[in-house]
Every structure is written in C-alpha cells, then in structure tokens.
Design a protein around this ligand. Sequence first.
Ligand SMILES: [Zn+2]
Length: 162
Amino acid sequence: MGLGGVGDLADFARAGDLAATGDIAARAGKLADFTDSIKAAASGLNIASGAGGDFAAMQVLRTIQQGETIADIVSEAKAITYTTGNEVALVKLASGERALVTGGTGGINFEDGQITRLFGHTHPYQVPPTGPSASDVQALQSLGQQSSYILEHGQLFKFGAR
Ligand SMILES: [Zn+2]
C-alpha cells in the first residue's frame, strides 16, 4: 500500500546520513500530512500519527474518576495502544467529564464540539515516530489550546499549537 511506503520513506530518510536526508524526511512528512487531511476532510477535528493508517470515530473507553494519577492513566493509554495498535487520547468531553478515548491506527476523528480539551494522545508503535502531525497542531488551534502531550514509542513529550 502507498501509505506503508510513506512510513518506509520517512524511516529510510531518518536512518540515512546524507546531506539531503532532512529534505526527504520533510517531503515524506508533508505527504503523510496531506493524506491525513484528505481522510479527515469530512470531520470537524482530528488527531493523527501522520504515518498513515486508518482513522476511526472517537469511542469512549472509560471516564476518569477523581483521584486517579496521571502516571497510571498514561500507563493505561500506552498499554492499550501497544495491544490494539490504535491511537488513544485523554480528553475532556462536552459533558465536562474527562475520558480515555480511542480511534483507529492512523488517528481519531472527533465531531464538532465532541471534546473541549485534548490533554494528550498516543501514536501507535507499528509505525515510525513522526512527532506531532499537521492534524495534531490544527486540533490544538481549533480547541484554543497552547499545548498538549504525545506519547510516541514510549516517549512522552509536549507539543505546541504553532
Ligand atoms: Zn498525533
């Protein structure tokens, strides 16, 4: 499939040490982002790994209760991502409840107004790390957030709405 090819190209570009490496990686990234935007064109908001794969509509796994620690929630999101291959996000729902939600291997589609905050989300293990995708950054802008977190290949990092 073409989408696998994009991931392979990005991976190849990262592994190489040619002067043109950054350029190839940037192009592969742009192509992946472009694919994301086509897939997400019909939806209000979405987050993505930027490395291909299928999007799926947000599905609530469970709501978060008072007193739960962030460390436990992150571990749970990581385990679900690892076992299912699907992205997982910690969000605030329109109801005001915080919840762990999931989607597809390539990303999660949200309907307009379905979530009011994206605390963080995971990227799957079966694709190379990409950092925040264009969709991720756009999602923050739409939600009016300064930053959010991504857990990718075991690394937790912050990204901004720029
Ligand atoms: Zn993402």
